[in-house]
Write a protein that binds this ligand. Structure first.
Ligand code: SF4
Ligand code: SF4
Length: 165
């Protein structure tokens, strides 16, 4: 009995002076791995234009049907994104999302990215719908040049094919 007691205490004392492996969350936050998938962000190009071109490939790829994209035509005088269309409405239902990253993989412009934010708790079901306003990053936080294939606003229609019958 005494032997077991001393043995138990020795284990306690052994760990008393070791560096703790626990973290005092939420005061202390451990950095996550680079490949961690957290809350989504909608990115911009370096000039502030939205990367999202409203193609809805992310919504098609989503296995949980969590994404809603409603595209609209860009105003050529004041386009929101390069190309013909932009996402007039973009929503993600975070109650459905399983953080698989398929939306990220499907996106041709790297517009939707699962970033490192993991504090996603909310108190009402309505708060689980993340809107475009919540997802879109500020205009001065963009990166990267617009690829030439997206510079299509001035594109002329192709001439009719010349076919000799
Ligand atoms: S991470 Fe997966 S489940 Fe979540 S929105 Fe993207 S494709 Fe859908
Ligand atoms: S986030 Fe990407 S895949 Fe989804 S609609 Fe926008 S451009 Fe298309």
């Amino acid at each position: 009995m005494i032997g077991a007691f001393v043995k138990g205490l020795s284990t306690t004392f052994k760990y008393l002076f070791r560096k703790p492996v626990t973290v005092q969350y939420p005061e202390v936050k451990r950095p996550v791995r680079e490949r961690f998938r957290g809350r989504h962000e909608l990115k911009r190009f370096e000039n502030g234009m939205e990367r999202c071109i409203g193609c809805a490939l992310c919504a098609a790829a989503c296995p949980a049907d969590a994404i809603l994209v409603v595209p609209a035509e860009n105003d050529p005088q004041k386009p929101n994104s390069p190309g013909e269309r932009y996402a007039a409405r973009y929503e993600i239902n975070m109650l459905r999302c399983i953080f698989c990253g398929y939306c990220e993989d499907a996106c041709p412009t790297n517009a939707i990215v699962l970033e490192h934010q993991y504090e996603l708790s909310f108190f009402e079901r309505g708060s689980s719908i993340y809107t475009k306003d919540m997802l879109l990053i500020p205009a001065d936080k963009g990166h990267g040049e617009i690829p030439p294939i997206l510079q299509q606003l001035d594109r002329r229609p192709s001439p009719p094919a010349q076919i000799d019958l």
